[in-house]
Ligand binder design. Sequence first.
Ligand SMILES: [Zn+2]
Ligand SMILES: [Zn+2]
Length: 389
Amino acid sequence: MPVKNSLAEMQPEISEWRHDFHRYPELRFDLPRTTARVVALLTEFGVDDIIEGVGTSGVVAVIKGRSTASGKVIGFRADMDALPITELAQHDYVSTESGKMHACGHDGHTSILLGAAKYLSETRNFDGTVVLAFQPAEEGGGGARAMVSDGLMDRWDIQEIYGLHNMPDLPVGTFAIRPGPLLAASDFFEVTVQGRGGHGAMPHSAKDTTLASAAIVMALQQIVAREVPALGAAVVSVTGIQTDTMAHNVIPGSAKLTGTARFLDLSIQQSVVKRMGEVIAGTAAVYGCEASFDYEYGVPVTENHHECTEYAIKAAKTVVGAQHVATDIDPLMGGEDFSEMLEERPGAFIFLGNGNSASLHHAEYNFNDDAIPAGCSWFVELAEQRMPT
Ligand SMILES: [Zn+2]
Ligand SMILES: [Zn+2]
């Protein structure tokens, strides 16, 4: 693999950093150990500035090039948080915390960006400034938004921003990307169905919330099937049903449905959300029940900017060769809060092959250390290619 030679040599060291993060996973904004380690390593590398507590517990580091005359400032982002999952993987650095695990590979992303930081602060072979953003709370906590709201883009004059995510089943040493929408807007909803409880043997005297809930689940599926254009992308998943009693002989008086909806297109999102409200209310009424519908807009679409996608592709091709870079993959319906940063500045997000592994968020998942040199080199190439000396 034509990665930077010294980065290939650094793989064991960078893997050690990752294994340490992996052993001690932390959740959301609560990352005292992780951020302390990030800051200690950045200090050791001799970066020009380290700012802690950005967006609660984010860490920003600044590396100036040999010259900064170009005035260019490029941002690189990595996420640091783990997931509330108990690890089932078998290796010698498994999580020491029951109920916490790096099951999305953010231990790998953080280590990769640290590896790039070490290389860049040693070589400084660019004309401009690199700003590193180590982000908390990617997994549903709004960490990217918190850093942006705390002035990430303006305080450090970031002009473009890039990030990566590992991807299981994509071969190690390969990249994949597309211009435009790459990942979906990810929203969440909750429906509360209110009826009248009663005896399981006398349903005529009750307003059956279980039956109404089942009908709502079925009816919601028809919105995507019959009302979204066939080539439009939308997902409506009801993921849970809970009634206020689970007795064999009691018709419950209320029931709750939870779920998620995903979109790549804002107009489809608007029309589906409107129809969800109508379908839920109408279906509940058929069964003599009432329903409330709470819809929470989550992260926006991860929209790769076209020019920056070209830069990301060029850097990836330099690192692994053109034949190992897929440049027009299908979008995925997963969500990623790097989208919040792409709403502020042009940039791009790329997938890095994790090889054969369990899927993201699976208890047996593990980040693949062999992906580290390519990931580090991609960031380094971007810095050097976008800000040539
Ligand atoms: Zn994740
Ligand atoms: Zn992730």
